[in-house]
Design a binder for this molecule. Structure first.
Ligand SMILES: Nc1nc2c(c(=O)[nH]1)N[C@H]1C(S)=C(S)[C@@H](COP(=O)(O)O)O[C@H]1N2
Ligand SMILES: [Mo]
Length: 223
């Protein structure tokens, strides 16, 4: 029987922002076609370094109480799991420092996240051989997608802390994905469902003109 999984939402969908970003994709905004030699080793092309950490979302921030939190790994897996908060926190914890790159042009270096490796979850759920893609769903209704090979990587975390403090709600707490090798829209905040899929399933921004792969080093902004 389906249980009620709704959580309180505050805010209003930022329709203007969604429209504007969709227009950028159509117009190819921020494509620079060159790399700045001074930062070529660390700053991807067309990006600007920031020191603060901007908040970017659709304007609706779910309030996910820990006792309602569920993280499901399902679809093409041998072992479907629905982790509650205590189970999630009992899994092996990792701390990791990474850079993040948002398609709206900001990058931020040296973000220290704590969480559970994607690989730990995959080892629990055991993807079937037919699983080749991952679809994420978040408590705000946001979706995004990556190849399984991108999720099944050393540096991918289900993060619940940043700089040693619980991840704030604004930045996706209680739990968000951190997938540092791709533009940050591929790192869903407030994640609740990870589905293993045979076919790719483009997410919120992917169907609005954003690139399916999203590699910042190849400047895969729109596609
Ligand atoms: N659930 C959810 N996750 C999301 C988004 C969103 O709107 N909802 N926005 C994405 C985008 S476009 C970016 S750049 C990053 C921003 O994360 P931050 O607000 O922690 O900087 O979250 C990504 N994950
Ligand atoms: Mo973004």
């Amino acid at each position: 029987m389906a249980e009620d999984e709704s959580v309180p939402l505050t805010g209003k969908l930022r329709e203007k922002l969604v429209e504007k970003k969709q227009d950028w994709a159509r117009d190819g905004r921020l494509i620079t076609g060159h790399t700045d030699a001074a930062h070529a080793m660390r700053l991807p092309p067309g990006q600007t370094l920031v020191k603060d950490w901007p908040v970017l979302d659709l304007g609706v921030q779910p309030d996910v109480a820990k006792d309602r939190f569920r993280l499901r790994v399902e679809g093409l897996v041998e072992n479907r799991v629905a982790l509650d908060w205590d189970w999630f926190m009992s899994l092996e914890q990792t701390e990791q420092v990474c850079d993040i790159h948002c398609v709206t042009q900001w990058s931020r270096y040296d973000n220290r996240f704590t969480g559970v490796r994607a690989r730990t979850l995959l080892a629990l759920a055991r993807p079937k051989p037919s699983a080749r893609f991952v679809g994420f769903t978040s408590y705000d209704g946001y979706t995004t997608n990556v190849p399984l090979a991108a999720f099944d990587d050393d540096d991918v975390l289900l993060a619940h802390a940043w700089e040693g403090e619980p991840l704030t709600r604004a930045h996706g707490g209680p739990v968000r994905v951190v997938l540092p090798k791709l533009y940050f829209w591929k790192s869903p905040k407030w994640v609740t469902r990870i589905e293993l899929l045979a076919e790719d399933r483009p997410g919120f921004w992917e169907v609005r003109g954003y690139h399916n792969n999203a590699d910042p080093w190849l400047e895969e902004r729109y596609g």
